[in-house]
Design a protein around this ligand. Structure first.
Ligand SMILES: C[S@@+](CC[C@H](N)C(=O)[O-])C[C@H]1O[C@@H](n2cnc3c(N)ncnc32)[C@H](O)[C@@H]1O
Length: 268
């Protein structure tokens, strides 16, 4: 792998990519795929694969557009996108060799129902791959500032009727993985998600106070207030605006970095 910035190089992200490189994915299902970014990562890292299906609930007009642009982005490749509720997967039992979910758990109304469905459609001996950020443990000040912004953004989604729960704790994620009763379980704990390895901004992001990240979060905060302007009362909007300003201050002071995450691989 090319020259990585120090923080990313010392995280477990390179080990996770190496482990993915030993997996033959076969027919892969990516649940809560959004724009299919995790499919991009798997295409770059898996030893081999036959095809991908990305499914998403697409609860908003914006997410429907995201799926349409994902379809165009993967045109001509063995990648299909379907709007579908993961609580009721429209696939036969044991129809996939690999199932995965990345950054999706805290967006689900019923994690238990989705986990049962993902396991049902996975072949015996198939790979279950789960990546999810967590909110506790030894996070840097920049990671804590990002978490503040995440909580605020999650509340805005919730006001708009889109499920977006608080970030899970490390133990909650491990509990969910335990409940799957997989075999050969491997748990990687990483300060950086695996996608950082392939990000063109990875060197810039090594400094959590970089201006691009700051400007992007400021824009996200302002866009969030715009999204709720017709939906909630003035008082709620004022409170969220005040909180947005506090988050901007926290990020100006400490910078912002993605939360640490768990990457879990097991076999059904
Ligand atoms: C943060 S995004 C996932 C990001 C994506 N996996 C990636 O790696 O870039 C969370 C997604 O979960 C989806 N989602 C929430 N509930 C769902 C459900 N019941 N079935 C399918 N998708 C769901 C949301 O629509 C949203 O697109």
């Amino acid at each position: 792998m090319e020259d990585l910035p120090k923080g990313l190089a010392s995280s477990n992200a390179p080990k996770i990519a190496e482990r993915l490189g030993s997996i033959s994915g076969g027919k892969v299902l990516d649940v809560a795929t959004a724009q299919g970014k995790f499919i991009d990562i798997l295409i770059k890292t898996l030893q081999a694969y036959d095809s991908f299906v990305g499914i998403d609930l697409c609860p908003s007009d914006e997410s429907k557009k995201d799926m349409e642009s994902a379809k165009k982005r993967f045109e001509g490749k063995a990648v299909q996108f379907l709007q579908m509720n993961a609580e009721n997967l429209q696939f036969e039992d044991a129809s996939f060799d690999t199932v995965c979910i990345s950054s999706g758990l805290h967006h689900l109304a019923s994690i238990a129902r989705v986990m049962t469905e993902m396991k049902r459609v996975l072949k015996k001996g198939g790979n279950f791959i789960l990546q999810e950020m967590y909110c506790d443990g030894e996070q840097t000040e920049a990671q804590k500032a990002s978490e503040l912004e995440h909580e605020r953004a999650a509340r805005i989604d919730s006001l708009l009727g889109i499920t977006h729960n608080k970030t899970l704790t490390r133990q909650e994620i491990i509990g969910i993985a335990d409940g799957l009763k997989l075999s050969e379980v491997e748990i990687f704990d990483s300060t950086h998600p695996v996608e950082c390895l392939f990000c063109e901004r990875k060197h810039e992001c090594e400094d959590p106070r970089n201006q691009t990240t700051f400007q992007k979060i400021v824009k996200d905060i302002d866009d969030g207030i715009e999204r709720i302007k017709n939906h909630v009362d003035l008082q709620t909007r004022m409170r969220l605006m005040e909180e947005g300003e506090k988050v901007k201050e926290a990020i100006a002071k400490s910078g912002a970095s993605p939360a640490s995450c768990l990457f879990i691989i097991g076999r059904r």
